[in-house]
Write a new protein. Sequence first.
Lengths: 313, 506
Amino acid sequence: MRQIRFPFVLWLFIVATLVNLFLQPDFLQPVTINSNLRVLLPLILVAVGQAIVILAGGIDISAGAIVSIVNAFLATRIGLNGDPGTATLMITLSLLAGMAVGAINGFFVASLRLQPIIMTYATSFLFGGLALLILPNPGGGMPSSFTKFYHDTMPLGVPLAFYVIALVMLAWYGLRQARYGRYLFAVGGKADAAFQTGVPVSLIQFSTYVISGLMAAFGGIALTLLTGSGNAQIGDSLTLSAITAVVIGGTALSGGTGGIGGAIIGAIVLGLFRNIVSFANIATWWQTFVNAAIIVLALAMPGLIRLLRRGNT
Amino acid sequence: MAIALSARNIVKRYGATVALADASLDIHTGEVLALIGANGSGKSTLSKIMNGVVVRDGGQLRLDDHVVQFASPYAAKRMGISTVFQELSLVPQMTVAENIWLTHEPLKRGGLIDKQTLRRKTEELLALFAGTFSTKLEPDTPVGPLPPDEKQIIEILKAISVEPRVLILDEATASLDNRQVQRLFELVTQWKLQGQAIVFVSHRMDEIFQIGDRYSVLRNGTSVGEGVLSDRTRNDLVALMVQGATAANVVARTRPTAAELAAQNVQVDVMDLQAAGVHGVTFQLHAGELLGLGGLRGQGQHQLLLAMFGALPYTGRITIDRAPGHFTHPRQAMQRRLALVPGERASEGLLLRRSILENFLIPSWRDFGFPLRMGKARAVASNMARSLSLKMGGIDDPVSSLSGGNAQKVVIGKWLLRDPHVLMLDDPTKGIDVGAKAEFYKLLARLCDEGKSVLLYSSDDEELIGLCDRVLVMHDGKIRVELAGAALTKSHLVAASLGATQEELV
């Protein structure tokens, strides 16, 4: 069903922004926005891929592990003294690798019809193991000129991440206007009906895992540019954060409703929550708890509102 | 007339069950072929083989005299075979236009969807059924919350939007009201003249004789007869379907007279009940009475039953067995010995993958203590299965292994185990075959003889006439006409459904 009312995630976004502004007066300065967004970009990219899988009724638990693979791969193959030529080649290769491991997920889930949550949980260890093989101990990295470029480039005074997000939104808009977008919603909404109508259901499901792999690879590239170093477990925490971002963004885990825009804002909201916790002078050992409590509350809010409304009638 | 699609000796097995043993069918261009058979005779399976949803195990399909093999529904669709599915193939989250044009959206150059054309063509299709909708139907209305009849119409529009050469209508009229059926038949006549071949799968004899040119009968997965409909009577066809058994449309039952009913206790007294879609309904239901609710689909009958069962907020007064009852939750209604048998048995009434035993006992487990006394539970469930003459492999088989009629008996049985005094039924025989219906009617008659009160909403006029003591005809959320005794005839019922008043009729 189309949401006609103001999306819940935008309320969260506004509240989180206001609190941030209160705690950190220079919050809306381009430089601050840039520093916030460059940290969030890896999560945003992974969340976008995750949203597409979830829209079509699946889930990709291995996305974080794919990020780790790409990070380990780039950190070892480019290295601290790498030249731009090698870097371009390796980045291209890492995108192909992301799609390839995504295709493995797709094969298991779409072609063999195995449970996506179990299957991608299992492959997440496979991919995580692969990342550890590539880079057993944290190390390696990228030349500082690369990370500096990622950190400080603001074409026309606008943070680099804005351009990336705009490109992603543009691609999504194109998909939505093409048959593929309709197929995505149809498969996630009611796969039986889509099949009877003649939608290539398995192919669509397969493709969503390839897209998720590709987006995770982009996320891995951004994360490596952000940290400038390699760590084979760096992506692990991204999986659940990305799923949380997708759900806060209004995409139903059952599939068929939602979109990419919500997932992007959801990811930003998660980042703003984290900012609030770290700027509010909350003692370190409370931070995880408070951050998690805010997320739980945000997830539960639509349900709570429904419950209260029902109580009134 | 040329043969458009021909099925020869089709075989389909599901494990040990043979769904189709030897089914053959010829569909000519420019005619309506009525495919008939009892539930479980293989009509739906045969339809699904012709449209590529199910892959056959044996036999041959010929399209325009070429042997064809459909690997997927898409392949069949591209060859011009389109289907109105019984269980509908709509995606609830998507809009009317998106559903109708899924997989064949009009595209602009560059592969993007042409929204203007999409909208215009959808409006053209909706115009075919203009005036028969109860809600405002637009191309961008989401399909999910729509009433069943409108979903059905969208399913029909979706099937014809590909301009098929062969159109399969599988129980396409089951959810439609009279007016909508007549509109569909006008359209079918038109499509016939344009050279489409139409397969009409239905349980409704009236409709088969009204629209069909030829018939083909399936019994237990085997084709047992075909020919021209005008040579046949209703009883001929029923005899072919059920082999030997005669159809009992009317249950032999001594109906209580008005005086006798008035002498009985008033079991339920409803005063000025108002709810969403119900605008002030007053009636009395006596003990041992079989009271019918009729009228066009979607005139508040469903909501009335839900409100009485406490599943829909309402105002007004309900008295049950001389004590007031105001229910805000079905649990309270159940405690006062009310039971509601829902119409959508798959989605509302049954856990399809769980056993018959479990389905019977879901509302009554508390009677079996802790830990559950399974021996007693099995005995109770088996007794109920026997008294309903349920045709099943065993009490532990999943409900999904039962035919539609038998599955419906399980829904009723689970409420009977709670020993209700008042049984409310929401269009219970929709999509059930003749044989199972007759048995079902006997069951209802027996319950009334035992002193229970039955409130039956049905979209099947003959059922109401043949079975009920009184029929309340609803129109626009109100009881428009009450028919009983000699006044309870089909012409009165139809006239009242279409808005005639009590004075005009009696």
